[in-house]
Design a protein. Structure first.
Length: 467
DNA sequence: TGAAATGTTGGGGCG
DNA sequence: ACGCCCCAACATTTC
């Protein structure tokens, strides 16, 4: 009788789960365990929404396990200590888990490999970071060639390990924390279950994905998949997503345009790219990838930072996005770029401050992608936007929220402002301010900085301070 | 996955 | 009819 431990981390699902499958293959009895790691949970970069999403996901996984005659073992503490205890208690022969790429995870897992009979299985990304390298075996630093190499073979996505509804045998009497009832209360907007993840993906494939190219940047539209938190915690397998996409491409390419599918696929490959960057260059979590931008003398004005966080900058598009983030834990990707550009270029605040604030609020916050996005926006990372690419918050607003739908949804002070002024309300004359019940400086702030001035300031800041 | 500044072209008004 | 100017529209360069 062999007993195996399935250690659940960023793969909270049963279907197409390599580590789970391996544990099932090797063991007659399976112990599914999740370990609450105080090192991670007490970090400054945890968000309430993300924690809640994770709790919901674990609750839901436990329901699925119970239906199959098993249950989730919940522990709290140092993973090495807890796993060692669990091995002693259960006489388990092996521990199986999905490989993770963050610096903390790599070191943690290294110790576990040294002390315990542990085996890891790749799965966070469709392709392992070591599998997508230049001809000289060094990692790609630019997205487009990375993508081309990544795309050059996709055969490995043709097969999946679908998990049926078979029974799972789990021994009784294994000590476990009680799963709090609270964990069943779903997070608004993102109910966390494997079923919901698959439902969302199916809905997206059924239509929106074909309009993704035209709709994805429209802030007020529902043009994106909103799968990010599900991918973040592995409620759906990325390999399954690639499998379905490539199947769909084959199916329709004869008679329909696949451009939209490609564009969405590119976004997923950005995810692969940033996991690869973090894997090969773990220090990006502490400093700019590009050395010449490591010592920029950021202004770091606390009042400006507070205005940005609270959505009170006086630029409607920025404020709408920042309020969407703090009230829902999610922000449209276009808005992430615009707000990140504003913090770094217009306010000259250290990109790491913004990165941390996003981590503290995002339901999908993940170090690899969040860091990659911020370094890109600040112009200090791999394949970053050059520093002189500065977003204009007004033209971005006019372009991607043409009728102000997104702005008016999140910035109620502007609800009666005429369309003509919704992107730049400070241009309203006194009469219009009065009739739209939006006095600038009273009901809604003046812009905290003049963009034309800020743009020039940013250009000389980067130019003069890059070593 | 930018936007401003600068350059070029061509049509139309006008003397 | 012609030259001149203006400027919108588009293209290219620059930050």
């Amino acid at each position: 009788m062999k007993t195996t431990i399935w250690w659940i981390r960023k793969d909270i699902r049963l279907s197409d789960n390599g580590a789970f499958n391996e544990a099932i293959e090797q063991g007659d009895q399976i112990i599914p365990v999740f370990i609450l790691d105080p090192k991670l949970l007490n970090s400054e970069s945890v968000s309430d929404s993300r924690l809640k999403f994770m709790h919901n996901a674990l609750w839901s996984l436990n329901q699925q396990l119970m239906k199959r005659g098993s249950r989730l073992i919940l522990r709290e503490g140092n993973p090495l200590v807890e796993l060692s205890k669990l091995v002693r208690e259960t006489k388990a022969d092996g521990i199986f888990f999905e490989e993770n790429y963050s610096p903390y995870a790599k070191i943690r897992d290294q110790h576990i490999f040294e002390e315990l009979p542990a085996v890891s299985v790749a799965g966070v990304t469709g392709k392992h970071p070591r599998a997508v390298l230049k001809d000289d075996s060094t990692p790609y630093l630019v997205f487009t060639p990375f993508r081309k190499r990544w795309m050059s073979s996709t055969d490995e996505f043709r097969k999946l390990n679908e998990f049926s509804t078979q029974k799972i045998s789990t021994p009784s009497g294994i000590p476990s924390l009680k799963i709090p009832n609270q964990w069943s209360v779903p997070l608004k907007g993102f109910p966390a279950s494997e079923e919901e993840a698959h439902r969302r993906f199916d809905v997206f494939l059924d239509g929106p994905i074909f309009r993704y190219h035209e709709n994805r940047d429209i802030l007020g539209a529902d043009g994106t998949s909103r799968l990010s938190p599900y991918l973040r915690f592995g409620l759906i397998s990325i390999r399954k997503i690639y499998n379905q996409i490539f199947e769909l491409v084959d199916e329709i390419s004869a008679n329909r345009d696949v451009k939209s599918l490609d564009i969405w696929l590119y976004e997923l490959i950005w995810r692969e790219f940033y996991y690869s960057i973090l894997y090969h260059f773990p220090s990006v979590l502490q400093e700019s990838f590009r050395e010449k931008y490591r010592d920029l003398p950021w202004l770091n004005n606390q009042a400006d930072f507070l205005a940005w966080k609270s959505g009170l900058t006086g630029y409607p598009i920025i404020d709408a996005a920042m309020r969407q983030l703090s009230s829902t834990g999610w922000m449209h990707n276009r808005a992430r770029m615009v707000t990140a550009s504003f913090l770094t270029k217009d306010l000259l605040i250290d990109w790491r401050w913004g990165e941390k604030w996003f981590m503290q609020n995002l339901v999908d916050g993940d170090p690899a992608n969040n860091n990659g996005g911020w370094q890109w926006a600040a112009g200090v990372g791999t394949d970053a936007a050059p520093y002189f690419r500065i977003f204009n918050p007004v033209s971005q607003s006019k372009k991607f929220d043409p009728n102000g739908k997104y702005i008016k949804h999140w910035v109620k002070e502007l609800r009666n402002v005429p369309e003509k002024f919704v992107h730049e309300p400070w241009k309203m004359d006194a009469g219009t301010q009065k009739s739209s019940e939006c006095i600038i400086g009273k009901d809604y702030p003046h812009p905290i900085v003049d963009h034309d001035f800020a743009r020039e300031r940013a250009l000389s800041f980067y130019k003069n301070n890059s070593g």
